[in-house]
Design a protein around this ligand. Structure first.
Ligand SMILES: C[S@@+](CC[C@H](N)C(=O)[O-])C[C@H]1O[C@@H](n2cnc3c(N)ncnc32)[C@H](O)[C@@H]1O
Length: 508
């Protein structure tokens, strides 16, 4: 945690996988009876740790073809790092935590994690802890410059709020940390941010604690957004008989059942804690061919939410949403909740937004009579539809016009930031950024890099982190602007179709 650099200690993953093997973590089903002498990894039968630079960095790749619904990993409860477990193992911690019932479960787990980190190599969890990332790019870690780089007011507000919340939670928990005699470095806000980001980006749901659990090896799965084909069956669960069967049945029965997996009509959940086997079990959400990354859905998140909790975003996110400022009174025209009034990543207005705007564009004394049509998603009249489309078009254009940079500016900046990402020396960074516009100069200024002479010899970890967060903010605003442009295109197409409707029989 304290070291310089993003990734976990080199060579450390092997020790984690060996540790996991000794504790019964397995990707082999039916499970091996016992760790064979000389077995050094809990993986290798179904998945293995690989690097996926385009989707999450370190992750788990299939080492063979994997069928949808197959169990890909099982982590026994004894390996799950939870508040309950840490309190059970340490009376001193347990007594102190019990005196602070006002702390939330996430705050308590954060303190427990830092307490465990404080034990260093003596911690039972050391092979796991030393493999955690050294730092994060979750929203609360963004500094003022990176927050302003979002440009859009709501995003700036969300980022500021995330930081304030983290600060307030840290202050509340300090008394407990002092009582537990934390080393000064572990008492800092920086350490708190590290621990709370570990928890927000890596915990998995467990039924007995809202804070969830840290799941060694299981937390190496990177994320794929649920959506499209996968979204509909999000709540479908694996039939119990199959869950149990795949763990404890004989191989023949196992194979027979895994053949049935292909014929299951519904999507299976990605993973969950299963009481019957006292373990966290992970399942393939789709077929994977050998070498492909096996991904997990952590839930449905917009890009800003992904950034807030996980420190990354997706250029192609079916769950992303863009909210546009609506005139006062618009949202009260319908009973749709305000959160449902958005534009999706393809630029299309949500069903609720369209129906609300159609009602808004109707004279108030007629709204009641056309309400049923609007709520059923129908157009009310060509004139009404034109008004709605013109309103959205104007709104998106005004937002784009008022933002400090254009899509082209952002593309160029992002391209340059990607280039300097691989730069080794701050001199090169300085040379490239000082040729760009005001924002790049402001970035150099925040780093105290005012002239070539003031630049240090080696690229510091701090500069790299700030570059990374700035890049994330630029990626976010670029994606946001593209959605607005796509919405303008959508509205223009609808307007064109109203002006020159295609003949019903399709003939010219
Ligand atoms: C549960 S961990 C997954 C394993 C992680 N890559 C590691 O090396 O430990 C979640 C973190 O992985 C990264 N991540 C996961 N999915 C990603 C994706 N699709 N694109 C970019 N980063 C991703 C983010 O940093 C996220 O906070």
């Amino acid at each position: 945690m304290e070291g310089d650099g993003e990734e976990a200690e080199e060579g450390g993953v092997e020790s984690l996988l060996k540790w996991g093997c000794e504790l019964g973590v397995s990707d082999s089903f039916p499970p091996k009876t016992a760790a064979q002498p000389g077995t050094v990894s809990c993986l290798g039968h179904t998945v293995s740790v690989s690097n996926f630079p385009e989707a999450g960095g370190r992750g788990l790749g299939a080492v063979r073809d994997v069928r949808k619904g197959e169990m890909v990993l099982r982590v026994p409860k004894s390996c799950l790092l939870t508040t309950e477990r840490l309190l059970m193992d340490d009376q001193c911690l347990s007594a102190a935590v019990k005196n602070r019932p006002s702390l939330s479960s996430a705050q308590t787990l954060t303190v427990c994690l830092l307490y465990e980190v404080g034990k260093g190599k003596k911690s039972w969890w050391y092979p796991y802890l030393k493999n955690l990332p050294k730092c994060y790019s979750t929203l609360p870690t963004f500094r003022q410059f990176e927050v302003q780089a979002f440009q859009e007011d709501d995003a700036i507000w969300v980022a500021k709020k995330a930081k304030w919340k983290a600060e307030a939670e840290w202050k509340e928990a300090r008394v407990l940390m002092e009582e537990l005699k934390f080393k000064p470095t572990l008492l800092t806000f920086k350490s708190w941010l590290w621990a709370s980001s570990t928890i927000s980006s890596r915990t998995l749901h467990v039924p007995w604690d809202e804070a969830g659990c840290l799941c060694p090896v299981g937390d190496l799965f990177n994320y794929a957004a649920p959506g499209g084909d996968l979204a509909e069956a999000d709540n479908t669960t694996l039939p119990r008989s199959l869950q149990v069967g795949s763990v404890c049945s004989e191989e023949a029965e196992y194979n027979m059942k895994s053949e049935q997996l292909d014929t299951l009509p519904q999507r299976l959940t990605d993973g969950g804690f299963e009481e019957s086997v006292n373990a966290y079990c992970f399942y393939a959400r789709q077929h994977y061919v050998r070498g492909e990354q096996v991904l997990l859905s952590y839930g449905m998140y917009t890009n800003l939410e992904l950034l807030e909790h996980y420190g990354f975003l997706l250029d192609n996110n079916p769950n992303d949403k863009v909210y546009i400022p609506l005139e006062p009174g618009v949202s009260s025209c319908s009973s749709w909740p305000t959160e449902s009034l958005y534009i999706n990543q393809g630029g299309e207005p949500s069903y609720a937004l369209l129906s609300t705007l159609r009602l808004w564009a109707t004279p108030s004394n007629q709204r009641r009579s056309v309400g049923h049509l609007a709520y059923s998603g129908s157009q009310l009249s060509p004139e009404n539809e034109m008004r709605v489309m013109h309103l959205m078009l104007k709104c998106c254009s005004t937002i784009l016009h008022n933002l400090p940079t254009s899509i082209e500016d952002d593309q160029l900046l992002l391209c340059t930031l990607n280039q300097v990402d691989g730069t080794d020396t701050p001199v090169q960074l300085f040379d490239v950024l000082s040729k760009l516009g005001a924002e790049s100069h402001a970035f150099l200024e925040t780093l105290g890099l005012r002239s070539r002479a003031s630049v240090a010899v080696s690229m510091s970890w701090k500069i790299q982190r700030q570059l990374e967060r700035w890049k994330l903010a630029v990626q976010w605003r670029l994606r946001y602007k593209r959605t607005l442009v796509d919405c303008i295109t959508y509205c223009s197409n609808v307007i064109d179709r109203i002006h020159s409707p295609v003949p019903r029989n399709g003939m010219c």
